[in-house]
Ligand binder design. Structure first.
Ligand code: PHE
Length: 392
């Protein structure tokens, strides 16, 4: 009897099972070879940050970097932290293809133990296959597109809420708080974040009895929105859902106000940047968006962070800085429990993050590599946004 097919089958299924175990399978322990493991002292860890440090959303990359660096400095200065971190920042230029190259460099050349980032969903989605194939855990602090954790595999984690939740929160807010019965939806074409949010808001808003009057689109980089705002004005909805990024959203609002459309615009976390006001001026006032963080929270941990961040950077932190800071604390918690910088052990420890206190809510990692976190709604003012209400 020829037993080979049976043995091959057994080997194949063993390989399959190992593959299912995620960052295991092929061992990429070389990533941890230059660092000592934790028994004798702190766990030494090399973190690779893939961020938008230039290009269209450079503001977010810079803020993430500041939050991450502050966390690294604090943890390294604390003799009880149990970790000694080094962090390498790689600029993805707010470009999906470059984001993939950035993660390749961090993993293959710099031998990082873990990757953090990116900000924009498109950039995370392009890069995550590299982490998956190289079996290096990757934690996105800010990308909210739902499919990321589904498609990314066992190495890809997220520590913020995702767009199904965010879309539901804003649809519920529109219906219950603003008493909106109709909406116009506006998508940034080709942006996975914006497309996901239009879908989730639409589902929740119509399920709650709301009516979608029309669905419109624009291209990122556009500056003239006359046709779009004219359509919005003639549809005359109770609210406009425009979950885009901060470059185009303020121009859309400003141009709509200029032709006399006064109803509220609603958005997602992509509105959170001071550029909203730089580009839109006082017209930005009295609109609402969903966010992860507000510096005006009375939580003492948030207030300490705001103080330390202000002292170091002379600025007020937004969600991006807070999420970047949180991601480093989560990675440090995992490294301490793993007692090792080995990527596979780290992956398992990230998978079991439990009740980690962070600025944007406690982090407990789910089986699906998602965390359940509260959201808050912020209201835009004349120069900055203010906390409006919490949502769970
Ligand atoms: N959630 C956005 C995305 O996935 C990025 C973002 C996060 C923007 C947090 C602002 C604040 O593309």
């Amino acid at each position: 009897m020829n037993r080979r097919p049976w043995i091959a089958g057994l080997l194949l299924s063993a390989g399959f099972l190992l593959g299912l175990a995620g960052c295991s399978g092929k061992t990429k322990t070389e990533g941890g070879s230059s660092v000592k493991n934790g028994e004798a002292g702190p766990v030494e860890l090399k973190i690779g940050a893939n961020l938008e440090l230039s290009g269209k959303v450079a503001g977010w990359g810079e803020d993430s970097k500041k939050g991450m660096q502050l966390a690294v400095d604090e943890l390294n200065a604390d003799p009880k932290s149990g970790v000694k971190l080094s962090i390498l920042f790689e600029d993805n230029a707010s470009d999906a293809a470059k984001s993939k190259d950035a993660v390749k460099k961090l993993i293959l050349q710099d031998n990082v133990n873990v990757v953090v980032g990116a900000v924009a969903s498109n950039d995370t989605m392009a890069a995550m296959e590299v982490a998956r194939d190289e079996h290096i855990p990757m934690v996105t602090h800010a990308s909210t597109n739902v499919t990321i954790t589904q498609k990314g595999g066992k190495c890809i984690f997220r520590i913020c809420f995702h767009d199904d939740f965010q879309g539901q929160v804003m649809a519920k807010f529109a219906k219950d708080e603003l008493k909106a019965q109709s909406a116009v939806l506006v998508v940034a074409k080709g942006n996975a974040y914006s497309e996901g949010l239009v879908k989730s808001f639409k589902e929740a808003f119509t399920a709650g009895g709301g009516k979608v009057l029309s669905e419109e689109a624009y291209q990122e980089g556009d500056t003239d929105f006359q046709t779009l705002v004219t359509k919005i004005k003639s549809a005359d909805p109770d609210v406009v859902w425009v979950p885009g990024y901060y470059n185009e959203v303020p121009l859309i609002i400003k141009q709509a106000r200029a032709i006399g459309f006064q109803k509220p615009f609603l958005g997602g976390d992509g509105w959170d940047d001071p550029k909203l006001y730089d580009l839109g001026g006082a017209d930005i006032k009295d609109n609402y968006f969903c966010n992860h963080f507000s510096p005006s929270s009375t939580n003492p941990m948030v207030q300490t962070f705001v103080k330390n961040y202000g002292a170091k950077y002379n600025a007020k932190p937004g969600a991006m800085a807070a999420l970047g800071y949180d991601a480093i604390y989560c990675i440090a918690d995992a490294a301490r429990r793993a007692g090792s910088s080995d990527p596979e052990k780290l992956r398992d420890a990230i998978q079991t993050l439990k009740d980690v206190k962070t600025l944007c809510g406690d982090v407990t990692m789910g089986e699906d590599r998602e965390v359940i976190k509260p959201a808050m709604i912020l209201k835009t003012g004349e120069k900055e946004h203010v906390f409006h209400m919490n949502f769970k």
